[in-house]
Design a protein around this ligand. Sequence first.
Ligand code: GLN
Length: 479
Amino acid sequence: MPIPTPSVELIRTQIAERQTTATAVAEQHFAAIAADDATALPLHAYLTLSRERALQQAARIDALADRGDPLPPLAGLPVGIKDVLSTAGIRTTCASRVLENYVPAYDATAVARLEAAGAVILGKLNCDEFAMGSTTENSAYGVTRNPRDRSRVPGGSSGGSGAAVGGGLCVAALGTDTGGSIRQPAAFCGVVGLLPTYGRVSRFGLAAFASSLDHVGPLAHSAKDCAYLLQAMAGHDPLDATSALAPVGNYVGGLGASIRGLKIGVPREVFGAGLDAEVEARTRESIAALRGAGCEIVDISLPNHDAAIAVYYVIATAEASSNLARYDGVRYGRRAPAASLANMYRQTRDQGFGAEVKRRILLGTYVLSAGYYDAYYRKAQQVRALVAGDYQRAFGGVDLIATPTTPTPAFKLGEKADPLELYMADAFTVPASLAGIPAISVPCGAAHGLPVGLQLIAPAFEEERLLRAAHHLELLRLA
Ligand code: GLN
């Protein structure tokens, strides 16, 4: 019999029924991480392990099970956390030299809520520096490999999260998504990744890249596990002024309801040049499966689709240039020794930041500067509103939108040297980020022997509908 993929419910049930303990589950995962580190081509998903904190939490869960007390929803679930989310007492580097030895004094709200729901935090996961990138090759601490093909990238920027879940080094992970960084690595690593609505999950304790676009969300083996993690994290947080007051849905409980009659829009703009033929075939097969399950498939148009990448790289870099001004050698992390204050700033930032981060700070400073602000930044904000308007109009006639998550499967390590080429590969994920609406990537087969993701997009705060459709798609694929 095949070993069942571990899940939130399986782990909780096995602990409750005394077939295992949270401590044993955590130890098995630490052993798997060590075994992987010892291989010739390690995944290198983790930057820091939090063994002590994990075992303390596991002991708390085991004590509950010993007493026969009810277990919290995520009891004993081994999770990894992308290293841009603050963890009290545990080094948080943002995969940057500038924060090499930075140890936060507090937890990000998302992290604290997962732990309060019983999750066991194994450690901090590699990513592109400050979440800027699509391959995890921009980490200052070495590349992460794709668990399905170790000569390839796991995607990014949450590449450590995708690789750790896909490679069995945790059961679920937190990632962050500003333009695709949860959904693209999920697609590349053959797992599920959820981008919640902007404001649905608190950003408190997340090192900001582009504040109007940054989202925290889960990567896991199934839509159901993503629903469990979202259920634990969602909801207003007074510590994040942009966190939403909208009521939290019944994400787990709503999965079973029917998808019959759901209208699914398929935007014609995504089936253009640059889309791999096998990725297109897998996408069309998934859409046909949804039709077979009683969904109505509707041809739609998103006229401003092609502008999204340009808009994103103006707004995201502008916000990054402002957010990253705080790494000046005075308040956080690294400080370069220098004779004058100005030189200290200059050298700290020159030595601390990698090439991609510098490129974005320069671009962002340029588009915000006097004389260029109206031509670039203001214009980008106007076109962002048009992109969001496309989705609002489309959702007047459909319940969900389906697209491929990425135009191609995972690239080879080192394959894409031209930043512009990498930026274009985000074409399908960036629009939902700009619109602030939820989206999910679900595995939908293979292209050239590599995982492919189908992306479903929903109107704001309709995560319940989104997860339900993703869950049914998984069931259809198993049938
Ligand atoms: N790949 C995109 C970028 O490089 C998205 C990154 C993200 O979502 N954090 O900016």
